[in-house]
Design a protein around this ligand. Structure first.
Ligand SMILES: CC(=O)N[C@H]1[C@@H](OP(=O)(O)OP(=O)(O)OC[C@H]2O[C@@H](n3ccc(=O)[nH]c3=O)[C@H](O)[C@@H]2O)O[C@H](CO)[C@@H](O)[C@@H]1O[C@H](C)C(=O)N[C@@H](C)C(=O)N[C@H](CCC(=O)N[C@@H](CCC[C@@H](N)C(=O)O)C(=O)O)C(=O)O
Ligand SMILES: Nc1ncnc2c1ncn2[C@@H]1O[C@H](COP(=O)(O)OP(=O)(O)OP(=O)(O)O)[C@@H](O)[C@H]1O
Ligand SMILES: C[C@@H](N)C(=O)N[C@H](C)C(=O)O
Length: 464
């Protein structure tokens, strides 16, 4: 975003203070004083550890053109826009800027697959339009506004990931961004602790309808009865003249794959709505499902089949989502360490199941967080999902990971199950049994930071 200081004040309902020149041109919005860019607007947010106001003077000294400043904090230390609440002002600024740019918005939510689907949709649309997308996982009440404020002035379509861990968070995001099209990827168990039930998760996800434009397009996974139930509920806020499309792997959806071939480093399939076989640079049937949702939106915006095929070839995917890493030591790693829930762990194990020609299939699984009171049962059920078909050796990490080991005893021999509370001990034992022809799946919730295991395995010298 590039605007005059006075215009920024008008856009966010603030007042300019301490400025020599109200027409000072501001480039971009930054919330971290450690990453100031010359001429930016510094926005002081209050978080769990800091109040950003403490860094306003430093930010201005480092080159920020101006800062938002909450009136309750007294006099600003330099050029500022006075507001009541910096975060709310930043959100309002984002909404105003989005309206000025006039980009069409596609909102993406769901328990799993938001980031992957966002990356795939960007790849498809970018063959035909000027597209902006959420970077990384910037999908909440701070990240999405920052994504919008980072959007180039000539953006035609903005693909915005909308995350939540409580009710009405997606309603807020949807009403801020006013999507013309929206995707719900699935209803899993993520953040069940806060929502209490999968029905509540479905209700939270379908809040994305509440801000949609009239005549908008809602695309959702057709296999999920909870979505169908909430969509049919007359109390679910939705726009006038809403169009809907369903996607899924079996045939009774609007868009489905008419054939899936699992390759070594990707997946090939032909969507029922096209003639052209598409090659997806991702493993797993679940990623074919994600791609179907993206294809539905791309078709809606007139992207040709040839461009879709080309777009997928060049898709830039966010790492740590079943990312294939070929270690120098010959070990193949499936780095799925970004996050985990029962649904996503099963999806990853299904990938392991289809991998052939490896000496050992090794699963390194850790705690799945925020699952609520049934967390032990969820972990044991994941353990029971492991069989000698999909897993030769199981390593678990964490208090709840131990429960995966308990469940795994249903099908795996006890000698093939190793449970650890200490990550370095797990790594030491894992490396001692690794062989160049092994494949290792690494997966747990974000809070478990299992990427440390990935790094260790990637760089280890094997003993065998
Ligand atoms: C506010 C903020 O951005 N904080 C980030 C910061 O945290 P930190 O611990 O450093 O400090 P504070 O938050 O207390 O700092 C307040 C501000 O002060 C700034 N500051 C600090 C020190 C300093 O020297 N100078 C400064 O200017 C600071 O920059 C703050 O602005 O850094 C952390 C590490 O990088 C960040 O993790 C933290 O980010 C918070 C958590 C955040 O929400 N960031 C968003 C931009 C974002 O989108 N992050 C996503 C993750 C989003 C997410 O978890 N989504 C959920 C679903 C939604 C759940 C929702 N209920 C929620 O609350 O998020 C999901 O499941 O996907 C990301 O980073 O991936
Ligand atoms: N459709 C799906 N069904 C099940 N698991 C999925 C699906 N899509 C992605 N996953 C898995 O879910 C995890 C998160 O993927 P991704 O980051 O794309 O989703 P997300 O919704 O953005 O996640 P988060 O809410 O944790 O940020 C990864 O392990 C990925 O392999
Ligand atoms: C990414 C973050 N919002 C998240 O999903 N948290 C998981 C449950 C974790 O903390 O590991």
């Amino acid at each position: 975003m590039k605007r005059k200081l006075a215009d920024i004040a008008a856009m966010c309902g603030g007042q300019v203070a301490n400025a020599d020149d109200n027409n000072l041109i501001i480039h971009g919005v930054i919330t971290d004083s450690r990453h100031i860019q010359q001429g930016c607007l510094f926005v002081p947010l209050s978080g769990e550890r800091f109040d950003g106001h403490a860094f306003v003077a430093d930010s201005l000294a480092s080159g920020a053109g101006a800062a938002l400043w909450e009136r309750a904090k007294g006099n600003p230390p330099g050029p500022a826009v006075l507001v009541d609440n910096a975060l709310e002002a930043m959100q309002l600024l984002a909404k105003s800027y989005l309206a000025a740019v006039g980009a069409k918005v596609v909102g993406i939510t769901g328990s799993n697959g938001k980031t992957t689907t966002k990356d795939l949709l960007f790849a498809l649309l970018a063959t035909t339009y000027k597209v902006h997308k959420t970077s990384g996982n910037y999908n909440n009440h701070i990240g999405m506004p920052l994504t919008i404020l980072d959007m180039p002035e000539d953006t035609e379509i903005a693909v915005l990931e909308m995350g939540m861990s409580g009710r009405y968070e997606i309603e807020f995001l949807s009403k801020l961004a006013e999507p013309e099209a929206a995707i719900v990827t699935n209803i899993g168990e993520s953040h069940l602790e806060q929502l209490g039930s999968r029905l509540e998760i479905a209700r939270a996800k379908l809040e994305i309808l509440s801000g949609m434009k009239t005549g908008g397009l809602f695309i959702y996974i057709g296999d999920e009865p909870l979505i169908t139930e909430v969509l049919a509920d007359p109390n679910t806020p939705k726009p006038e003249q809403l169009h809907t499309l369903t996607f899924g792997v079996n045939g009774n959806h609007d868009i489905y794959p008419s054939g899936i071939m699992f390759l070594e480093h990707g997946t090939m399939f032909t969507p029922n709505v096209g003639e052209t076989p598409l090659e997806l640079p991702l493993l797993g049937e679940h990623n074919v499902v994600n791609c179907l949702a993206a294809l539905a939106v791309a078709r809606h915006y007139g992207v040709t089949e040839a461009n879709m095929k080309e777009g997928l070839k060049h898709a830039e995917l966010t790492g740590m989502r079943i990312e294939i890493i070929e270690g120098a030591n010959g070990v193949t790693i499936l780095n799925d360490a970004y996050n985990a829930s029962p649904t996503s762990v099963r999806a990853a194990v299904n990938v392991l199941n289809k991998m052939k020609g490896y000496r050992n299939k090794i699963a390194v699984l850790g705690d799945m967080l925020e699952l609520g009171e049934d967390e032990v049962q969820f972990h044991q059920e994941v353990g029971e999902y492991l069989t000698t078909e999909n897993t030769d050796l199981l390593f678990t990490y964490g208090r709840l990971g131990k429960e995966i080991a308990v469940g795994a005893k249903k099908h795996l021999a006890p000698d093939n199950i190793y449970a650890y509370d200490d990550k370095s001990e797990l790594i030491h034992k894992l490396i001692s049994v690794l062989h160049p022809k092994d494949v290792v799946l690494v997966k747990a919730s974000r809070g478990m930071k299992l990427e440390e295991v990935v790094e260790a395995v990637k760089h280890s010298k094997l003993h065998q």
